[in-house]
Design a protein around this ligand. Structure first.
Ligand code: ADP
Ligand code: MG
Length: 356
């Protein structure tokens, strides 16, 4: 486990994919650095798997180029590319033991027997399955099967590890555990990794950078913090975390009109005709005792979510429902109750704005 794979750099330039006249990917440009873990995140059908399969050579792009390290892999068949892959469904050979599953790729590249033996031992230790080595896949839990699939993918020390929703079939607890294991394994080995997921929490928890996709295009690429704090579009803002949206009309400079009030924004306004969408996270709205804030509202509902209380508030003078997260201590201090009045401020440095 001291061996460190040399992770590859992956460069995707202007990749398009058409299925008939349906455009599944539009002008994808992305560079993934050696040793990085990047998540493709987006709703079902946005093109994540298609892009991963193009990287693997399992699907052919309609246009564009791919380079892995210095090598142009655009036209190479999968077997001439340097990657390991894990799918959602474990796809292990059911009639082979754990050992034989892991050794499969090593045999097919003609590695000498003794070397295979020690490499398999190393991988079994790496994924913590030493005591399951002689079992068949059907005798293992889902989480154990995914560990075998991971070991099999990593066996030939590929420069690139591709994971397509590897945790989606597992129950929540195993999923969380394996999430941490994959991440630390990936760091330890230094293997460049692309993981597809539709689970934002998984992407934010695991990735160095997240690629947010929608309808075949990349909406934003950034660190989990970037994506959460500086969403580049209304889609990203609504897809990642919770967000309140407020319609407004642009005035001069950085001012907008919401209902019959005017607000000053800190962020530059998007160039847009007509409406501007303001957005604010539930944790960024400031609740104040009745009478103290700029806006007044009525509490519609309180959801007790453990660490915080998700409060649903209807603003009185514009017909707008806001979701506000409050810690239990503040909720007590403010005496929040359904039907009660509350005041709030929308801090201008927490307001995002998007062209509607
Ligand atoms: N072989 C195919 N033939 C036709 N359409 C396809 C094919 N594979 C995927 N698609 C379509 O391309 C879009 C993207 O699919 P996919 O990459 O699997 O999405 P995701 O993995 O993000 O859920 C979907 O609309 C899907 O129906
Ligand atoms: Mg998919």
């Amino acid at each position: 486990m001291n061996q460190k794979t040399q992770g590859s750099r992956l460069e995707i330039q202007g990749v398009n994919k058409l299925f008939g006249d349906f455009c599944a990917l539009k002008d994808i440009n992305l560079t993934i650095e050696p040793g990085e873990l990047v998540c493709f995140l987006g709703p079902s059908g946005c093109g994540k798997t298609t892009l991963l399969r193009i990287i693997a050579g399992l699907e052919h792009q309609s246009g564009g180029l791919l380079h892995q390290g210095e090598t142009d892999i655009s036209l190479k068949p999968p077997r001439e590319r340097d990657f390991g892959i894990v799918f959602q469904s474990y796809a292990l050979f059911p009639n082979m033991t754990v050992i034989d599953n892991i050794a499969y790729g090593l045999r097919s590249i003609g590695m000498p027997k003794a070397q295979i033996h020690s490499r398999v031992d190393e991988l079994l230790a790496l994924v913590g399955l030493e005591d399951q080595a002689s079992k068949y896949p059907a005798q293992l839990s889902g989480g154990q099967q995914q560990r075998v699939a991971l070991a099999r993918a990593l066996a030939p020390s590929p420069g690139l590890l591709l994971l397509d929703e590897p945790l989606s079939a597992l129950d929540a607890k195993v999923r969380q555990h394996l999430r941490g294991e994959i991440r630390s394994l990936q760091k330890q080995l230094g293997v460049t990794t692309v993981m597809v997921t539709h689970d934002q929490e998984e992407a934010l928890a695991m990735a160095d950078r997240v690629v947010v996709m929608n309808n075949g295009v990349i909406e934003q690429v950034g660190t989990p913090l970037d994506i959460y704090q500086q969403p580049a579009s209304a889609f990203v803002a609504s897809f990642i975390g919770a967000m309140n949206f407020i319609d407004s009309a642009p005035l001069n400079g950085q001012r907008v009109k919401v209902g019959n009030r005017e607000l000053d924004l800190v962020r530059p306004l998007p160039r847009a005709e007509g409406c501007i969408q303001l957005a604010i996270r539930p944790e960024d709205v400031h609740l104040l005792p009745s009478g103290d804030g700029e806006w007044e509202g009525e509490v519609q509902a309180l959801d007790y979510l453990g660490a915080f209380i998700r409060t649903h508030i209807r603003l009185s003078d514009i017909e707008l429902d806001l979701v506000v997260d409050v810690d239990p201590r503040s909720a007590r201090r403010l005496d929040l109750r359904v039907g009660g009045c509350v005041c709030l401020n929308l801090p201008s440095d927490a307001l995002h704005c998007f062209a509607a």
